[in-house]
Design a protein around this ligand. Sequence first.
Ligand SMILES: CC(C)(COP(=O)(O)OP(=O)(O)OC[C@H]1O[C@@H](n2cnc3c(N)ncnc32)[C@H](O)[C@@H]1OP(=O)(O)O)[C@@H](O)C(=O)NCCC(=O)NCCS
Length: 157
Amino acid sequence: MIDDIEIREATLDDLPEITSIFRDTILAVNSRDYSEAQVKAWSSGANDIEKWEERIKKTYFIVAHVGETIVGFSYLTKGYYLDGLFVHKDFQRRTIASKLLRIMESKVSINGFDTIKSDVSITALDFFDSHFYEVEKKQKKSLKGLVFENYIVYKDL
Ligand SMILES: CC(C)(COP(=O)(O)OP(=O)(O)OC[C@H]1O[C@@H](n2cnc3c(N)ncnc32)[C@H](O)[C@@H]1OP(=O)(O)O)[C@@H](O)C(=O)NCCC(=O)NCCS
C-alpha cells in the first residue's frame, strides 16, 4: 500500500502518460487472460490520440499520481458508466484502483444515479467482485476483427 496517492482531474498534458499506462498494462497485465493477438489489437488503441483527447475533454476523467508519476486513471461517461479503469503495471495491488473507484462511485451518486455500471475485462473481474459488483452478463465484444470475452457488471449505490 502507498500512502501518498493523490487524485485529480486529468488534463491534456497527461495524455502521453495515460496512453503509456493503457498500452503497457494491457500488454503486461491483461495478457494473463487474453491472447497475444488480442492484447496487441486492444493496446493499439493507445495510438488513437484524438480519441484520448476527446475522452479527457468530454468525460469525467481522473488520474491517480504518486509524486509526479501517474499510476492509474479512470473515466466516466453518461454520468454513471465507468468506461475505463487502468493501473500502472508496476503499481498493481496497492489500492490505487480502489481509490479511483470510490471517487467514481461518489460522482455517480452526485450525478443523481443509483447504479454504477461497467464493462470489465476477465482480468478485472475479481477486483470488481471484491467491491461487491454483480455480474449482469458475460458477453462477447468485437474489436479490430477479434472477439473479446468480458462482463457487464453493476453495483447499486
Ligand atoms: C483491475 C485493476 C484495475 C485493479 O487495480 P489495483 O490497483 O491493482 O487494485 P487494488 O489494489 O485496489 O485491489 C483491491 C482488491 O481487489 C482485489 N483484486 C485486485 N486485483 C485482483 C486480482 N488480479 N486478483 C484477485 N483479486 C484482485 C483484491 O481483493 C484487492 O485487495 P488485496 O490486494 O488486498 O488482496 C488492475 O489490475 C488493472 O489495471 N488491470 C488491467 C486493466 C483492466 O483490466 N481494467 C479493467 C477495465 S477493462
